[in-house]
Structure formats: structure tokens, C-alpha cells
Design a protein around this ligand. Structure first.
Ligand code: AMP
Ligand code: MG
Length: 363
């Protein structure tokens, strides 16, 4: 580290902070928070090289804890994010997925290997969940437009019409040419449930390729805690309290080289006639899932999988979701319900340092 006055001041202040809060335990500020975009505090001597980007409707914050990291690295990360946007953003005119959607019912579209593989991964989750997770849900997502200006409850007829065009079984994948064909005109692929995790993995791979091994990659609360934090410590990741302002956790988990991804009702929603409509839709009904769940968090290695899983488990519900996760190695989950109950896989229960007494374990 280059020693300069502000750096010394920062180190002094953070050491003081560490002393005041006691090292570790309930008072230690989280290094990042899953399910929210929040400021992070760091009580270590290595100052991160850090940048915030705004891309695919998401605040992306990357902090690299390595004295060799430079602004050039941040520029290259930004370029990677733009490239991902150009590939998978259905709303970006000309993107690969945009072209696939434009050619629905007309012709297959050849896409990059990366886009093809991501769609194939999404389709595999659709198969495993019998269509409760469905990347071909774009027509419905566009109709509800949740999280965007003017969102309102559509007419039942509109929902019924859109539903007819949401079916992953009508997505044809041609592995050899990496072509994607949507069999019916008007079908729309939407990768909103998996894209942020995918981007986190790309940034992770880039950083690893550059020889870095300590970073926080945070895409709108979809966190990758790469390696260890400076000082050979585990990272502390906060789990957002769904009923509180962003930045208030129900507790924290300590992780090392893991991704922590949350799907929550507070992420995107609107309220009409006193009812909250959140952004994860039930492909059986065409309406937002309304099953008493406030959030689902996944902890595992691959962020794209964690992202797909958090959405899948949200739709599956607690019982089926816990059973689903049981068969996946090295993957843990926590459900938080609207009535403040926690349902955790055994590994998650062990990890969680719960700091909010109004939440109780129910399993
Ligand atoms: P996430 O925040 O990762 O749970 O993803 C939610 C986003 O995925 C929504 O904003 C939609 O773009 C999309 N989506 C909504 N419902 C589904 C579903 N049942 N299957 C797959 N994607 C969905
Ligand atoms: Mg997801």
C-alpha cells in the first residue's frame, strides 16, 4: 500500500471502529449484505480498489482487496458488464436475447456460446422445477412490468393471453450451432432471474484470471464473497430483514469463497389497493407468487446457479424448496416468511448468527 495521509487516517479510524465494536460477533458490521445495496465497512489495512456501475437496472459494486489492483481492472470489469448486457438483456435493442425474441415464430437465431450456455442452464432449471422456474416467462414479465413506471394489475384476459406464450418447452436449443428458436410468435426469453448471478461469476473469473483472490462482488445484493477477506478472515455477509429498510440484516453469516444470493419480495414490487405485488411470477396462474415467503437466500459456489435457485425455490415454496436443495451438494438455503419465521437447511442454520429476535427458526 502506498502510504499517504488519508490512508493512515482511514486505517486509524477503522482500527478504532474495530475496537469499539469488538472484533467479530453481533456488532461487527457486515462486509456486504445479500438482498440489498448497502455501504460496506471494512476494518482491514488493505484498502480496496472499488467501483460502482449501473447496469441491467442494477447497482453493481466491486471491491478488490489487493494492492496490485488498478483502475484498469475496474475498466475491464465495466467492459465485461457491457458485453453481458449486449448479450442477455431482453430490453436492450440489438442484444442477442433481443434478437432471439424478435425472431420468435420466425427463425432460429445463432447466439454466442456464452448466451447459449446460460439459456441452456436456465432451461435445465425449468425442467427440474417442472416449469415453475421458466426463462420463457418474458411476455408475462413485460406485461406486469413490475419495478417500472406505471406498473399496475393487468386485466385477467391480458394475463391469460400472455400465459399462452410462456412455456420453456417451446424453446428449441441447437447445441451444435448454438442457435435458439422460440416456436411461437410473441414468445420472450427473460433472464432476469439468473443474469445477475451469471455476471457475478464472470467478474469472479476475470479477477481470478488476474491473480486476485480477495474481493466483494455485489450486484444489487447478489453477492460473491471471493476468497477470504484481508487478514485470512471469513467474510461477514448480512441477510436482509425483508420488513426493514435496506441495510438492516436479520443476522450475518460468515463465508469464504462463496456466493450469497437472495430473491426477496422487497426487491421489485408495487402496491395497488393496499396489496403488494412482487416481481416473481407464478407460471401456473400468471400472477405474482403469493405464498407467504418474503425471501429466499442461497449460499453456494456458482452465482448463476444460486440466482436460478433462489428464484426457483421462491416459486417452489418452503417444503418442496428444502427438499429440492437437499440433493444439491455444497448448497444451503434460508427461507424468511412474512410471519417472521425462518426455515433453513441444516448447514445454513449453523452459519447464521441471528441478531434479530423477532425472527424465529421454525424447523
Ligand atoms: P430474482 O430476483 O433473481 O428472483 O429474479 C426475478 C426476475 O426473474 C423477475 O424480475 C423476472 O424478470 C424473472 N422472473 C419472474 N418470475 C419468474 C419465474 N417464475 N421463472 C423465471 N424467471 C422469472
Ligand atoms: Mg434469481
Amino acid at each position: 500500500m502506498r502510504i499517504n495521509k488519508p490512508a493512515i487516517l482511514l486505517v486509524t479510524m477503522s482500527l478504532l471502529g474495530a475496537l469499539l465494536s469488538g472484533c467479530g460477533g453481533a456488532n461487527e458490521a457486515a462486509d456486504a449484505k445479500s438482498g440489498t445495496n448497502s455501504k460496506q465497512s471494512q476494518s482491514q489495512a488493505v484498502q480496496p480498489v472499488s467501483e460502482t456501475f449501473f447496469i441491467f437496472d442494477t447497482i453493481v459494486n466491486v471491491k478488490i482487496y489487493d494492492n496490485r489492483a488498478t483502475n484498469q481492472n475496474l475498466k475491464e470489469i465495466e467492459a465485461l458488464l457491457k458485453d453481458i448486457d449486449q448479450k442477455i438483456n431482453r430490453q436492450l435493442e440489438g442484444s442477442e436475447i433481443y434478437q432471439v425474441n424478435e425472431n420468435s415464430g420466425v427463425a432460429p437465431v445463432q447466439v454466442s456460446r456464452e448466451t447459449y450456455d446460460l439459456v441452456a442452464k436456465a432451461i435445465s432449471y425449468a425442467k427440474q422445477s417442472d416449469g415453475l422456474f421458466d426463462p420463457a416467462i418474458g411476455k408475462l414479465v413485460g406485461l406486469w412490468n413490475i419495478g417500472h413506471e406505471g406498473a399496475h394489475v393487468p386485466e385477467p384476459e391480458e394475463i391469460a393471453e400472455a400465459l399462452k406464450l410462456c412455456n420453456y418447452r417451446k424453446v428449441e436449443l441447437n447445441e451444435a450451432n448454438h442457435e435458439i428458436y422460440l416456436q411461437e410468435k410473441g414468445m420472450v426469453i427473460d433472464l432476469g432471474a439468473i443474469g445477475k448471478g451469471y455476471a457475478a461469476d464472470i467478474i469472479y473469473d476475470y479477477l481470478a484470471g488476474q491473480g486476485f483472490s480477495s474481493a466483494i462482488i455485489d450486484l444489487g445484493g447478489n453477492v460473491y464473497a471471493m476468497g477470504q477477506k484481508p487478514g485470512n478472515q471469513k467474510w461477514n455477509i448480512g441477510i436482509q430483514d425483508p420488513d426493514q429498510e435496506r441495510g438492516n440484516p436479520i443476522g450475518t453469516i460468515k463465508v469464504e469463497d462463496k456466493t450469497v444470493v437472495t430473491s426477496g419480495i422487497y426487491e421489485r414490487f408495487f402496491i395497488e389497493d393496499g396489496k403488494l405485488y412482487q416481481h416473481i411470477l407464478d407460471p401456473r396462474t400468471g400472477y405474482p407468487v403469493d405464498n407467504g415467503i418474503s425471501s429466499v437466500t442461497i449460499v453456494t459456489k456458482s452465482s448463476a446457479d444460486a440466482d436460478a435457485l433462489s428464484t426457483t425455490l421462491f416459486v417452489l415454496g418452503i417444503e418442496d424448496g428444502l427438499a429440492f436443495i437437499e440433493n444439491i451438494p455444497d448448497t444451503e438455503t434460508l427461507f424468511i416468511t412474512k410471519d417472521k419465521k425462518l426455515y433453513a437447511s441444516s448447514g445454513f442454520k449453523e452459519m447464521l448468527n441471528k441478531t434479530n429476535d423477532s425472527y424465529e427458526f421454525a424447523n
